[in-house]
Design a protein around this ligand. Structure first.
Ligand code: ADP
Ligand code: MG
Ligand code: MG
Length: 253
């Protein structure tokens, strides 16, 4: 599904190198987690994959089902099936949440050569999915994320994801700032979307989200590289011992 090879990226303005050879291979239906200390390049990885401005890729590739993502604009990447839920969801004053969702869904369908979803079907689908995420009708009418609490913003991102039905979902610290109940809702939303033809990359600073979203593979990122990969037990090891041993082990290697 997603194949990242020797990805190097730097900050466009300062030329500061941030990603120093990321390698990652996520198969269809798999859930991978990326953990790592603050400043390791986890968010940068998701920004570079989404095509955000300000980063220059100097080496490497990232393909989605064989298609090079790095050659595409951000909208084309979304149309290709990539979805990113960010650590800090943006507020869009003046644009109703429902209007935003409908526009996004139809833009996606158009890019895939599918017909627009009619208004009645859209309403039915959005209400059903919103309900399961405990997003009330009022939140659907308000401007996107404006005045939403941290938990509401995260749930709203999962709603966007559920509506867009992407192939490859990347969640960047979707758990940060969430209380346990909100985190469980987010995790349930993600788990409901798990399927053999959809993959997830869950970026998290803490192990606790992974109690609810069970990963197939856990990667540890440090200083712009994946320094270790393993099963779910790797996340537990981090929770118990922190990163120090893993970093020392990687430096000794
Ligand atoms: P993580 O998500 O693992 O905490 P980030 O990808 O956010 O790490 O950051 C990696 C490194 O790049 C950090 O040292 C951070 O300070 C730096 N960095 C990222 N974006 C910027 C930016 N726009 N300006 C300056 N430094 C940045
Ligand atoms: Mg960080
Ligand atoms: Mg981050």
């Amino acid at each position: 599904m997603l194949e990242i090879k020797n990805l190097h990226a730097e900050l466009e303005e300062e030329g500061k190198k941030i990603l120093k050879g990321v390698n990652l291979s996520v198969k269809s239906g798999e859930v991978h987690a990326i953990m790592g200390p603050n400043g390791s390049g986890k968010s940068t990885t998701s920004y570079v994959l989404s095509g955000r401005d300000g980063y220059e890729v100097t080496e490497g590739s990232a393909t989605l089902e064989g298609q090079e993502l790095l050659d595409l604009g951000p909208e084309e990447r979304a149309a290709a099936g990539l979805f990113l839920a960010f650590q800090y969801p943006v507020e869009i004053p003046g644009v109703g949440n429902m209007t935003f969702l409908r526009t996004a869904v139809n833009a996606q369908r158009k890019a895939r050569g599918e017909e627009e979803m009619d208004a009645t079907t859209f309403l039915k689908v959005v209400r059903e999915k919103a309900k399961s995420l405990k997003i009330d009708a009022d939140m659907l009418k308000r401007p996107v994320n404006v005045g939403f609490s941290g938990g509401e913003k995260k749930r709203n991102e999962i709603l966007q994801m559920a509506m867009l039905e992407p192939k490859m979902c990347i969640l960047d610290e979707t758990d940060s700032g969430l209380d346990v109940d909100a985190m469980k809702l987010v995790a349930e939303g993600v788990n409901a979307l798990r399927s053999p033809d959809r993959s997830f990359l869950v970026i998290t600073h803490y192990q606790r989200l992974l109690d609810y979203i069970k990963p197939d593979v856990v990667h540890i990122m440090f200083d712009g590289r994946i320094i270790k990969s393993g099963g779910p037990e790797l996340a537990l090891e981090v929770e118990q011992n922190g990163y120090a041993d893993l970093l020392a082990e990687a430096e000794g290697a």
